[in-house]
Design a protein around this ligand. Structure first.
Ligand SMILES: [Zn+2]
Length: 95
C-alpha cells in the first residue's frame, strides 16, 4: 500500500488513513489535510494557500486529486455553485 497523496510506501507498523475505498494516505499527509480543513474553517487565507501548495506539490494520484476536489467542496474551499473542472482552477482560487 502506498500513500495516494505523496506516494510514500506504507511501513509495517505505520497506520494509514483510509479516505475512501482504495484511497489511503499516510499520517503526514493526513495531518496536512486536517490543518488545511482548519485553515479553511477559520478563513485563514494565507495558511490555507500555503497548505494547498504543500498538498499540490506532492505526487497526488489521480484518485486522490478527485477525492480532494470533493473534499474542498465539502469544507467550503470552493464556491458550491461553481463547477470546477480541473485542479489548476482550484489552485488559482485563492490568488
Ligand atoms: Zn503521504
Amino acid at each position: 500500500m502506498k500513500c495516494a497523496c505523496c506516494g510514500k510506501k506504507k511501513k509495517l507498523l505505520e497506520s494509514f488513513e483510509e479516505l475512501e475505498k482504495d484511497i489511503n494516505i499516510c499520517v503526514d499527509c493526513s495531518k496536512v489535510l486536517y490543518k488545511y480543513q482548519d485553515a479553511i474553517k477559520e478563513k485563514n487565507v494565507e495558511e490555507s494557500k500555503k497548505l494547498l501548495d504543500e498538498i499540490k506539490n506532492k505526487k497526488n494520484e489521480k484518485m486522490f486529486s478527485e477525492w480532494f476536489l470533493k473534499f474542498q467542496e465539502r469544507i467550503g474551499a470552493v464556491p458550491r455553485d461553481e463547477k470546477w473542472k480541473n485542479s489548476s482552477q482550484i489552485a488559482g482560487y485563492f490568488v
